[in-house]
Design a protein around this ligand. Sequence first.
Ligand SMILES: [Fe+2]
Ligand SMILES: [Fe+2]
Length: 247
Amino acid sequence: MVTSRPFTLLQLSDSHLSADPAASYRGQNADANLLRLLPACRLLAPDGLVLSGDVAEDASTEAYERAGRMLDDLAPRTAWIPGNHDDRAVMEPIFDRLGYQAGPVLEWGGWQIVLLDSAVPNRPEGHLDDSRLAPLDELAPERPALVFVHHQPLSVGSPWIDKYPLTEPARLWARLNATTVKIVAFGHVHQAFSGEQDGIPCRSAPSTVANGQPGTARFTYDPTGPKARWYRLWPDGRWRTGIVSAG
Ligand SMILES: [Fe+2]
Ligand SMILES: [Fe+2]
């Protein structure tokens, strides 16, 4: 029997770059921490890269240009969704020009990668209305799917960020019934989270700039540094995931 090679997907989240490359974010420098993480990411030899929102802290052209150029040789395929700190109207033309895809459904390694935009202008919490959920109705029934959304669709046990969740998450979960969605992946929570809802595994990617210690009422800086999440996806629906650190 031939065992096909898995597709390696790297999820980078919450980079929070600013127009000023020297700006501080939660006492850290966003550019320096992202650059510090990249050698470990390259060792994974990712086939695809997904930026899961809050690429920029200030939604500036300069931040998106810099992020795009820093990351576009990391993987042959690149994609993005916006976060609450992003501005889709600023981000989209830059990432389009740099060859990043916005989906909403991509075919990577025999999987359907679903990119859902949960960002609401000028609001920290997220929402998915019917039009933003519509890509889930187009999924092919015979191929596994991985959903990316910026905001957490379930509590992660950290009150400081759980007050800004995906609102009305039942709208999402109801749509996932009878689909081939095997994982719901998100960012926004600035920590590595692992849980399950309605039988579907849920995983977050930690931030590439500053993470919080899990289970704390207030953001409490995690000194273990910048991190990202990787997935290995087999076309038959098997998958594995883990965290990569700057080391
Ligand atoms: Fe963030
Ligand atoms: Fe966010």
